[in-house]
Design a protein around this ligand. Sequence first.
Ligand code: ZN
Length: 128
Amino acid sequence: MILNIGSAAKTEMIDITSEVQKAVSSEGIDEGLCMVYVPHTTAAITINESADPAVKQDILMVLGKVIPWEAGYRHREGNSPAHIKSSLIGVSQLIGIEKGRLLLGTWQGIFFCEFDGPRKRKVFLKFM
Ligand code: ZN
C-alpha cells in the first residue's frame, strides 16, 4: 500500500499515524507487523511524541544546528544536509499490530520527515 504525502515546507515532520492506522484497519490485519518505509534519499520516518507539537519543532531545530545548510559539502545538488538527515533518522520503522491496532505508546506518533521539500512524496506500507 502507498500513502501519498505532499510536504509544504523545506523541513517538516508530518504526523501520519492516523493514515497508517486506517491502512491497517482497511487491510483487516489483526496481528502482525507494519513496515513503514520511504523510498526517498532526503526524507525519513521516525516515531516520537505527537501530543506536544513543540517536540517535533525541537527535533528539527537541533538537526538543523548539528547539520547546517552550509558546510562546504561536495554534492552538487546542494542538498547534502537533507541526505545526511535522512540517513541519521532512517528510512523505515517496523511497528507491531495487536487486535487490529498499531502498538504505539500513549504519546507516540509516526512521522514522515521532510528534509528537502516541498515535494510530493510516497510512503510504502508493507504488512507481515
Ligand atoms: Zn542530492
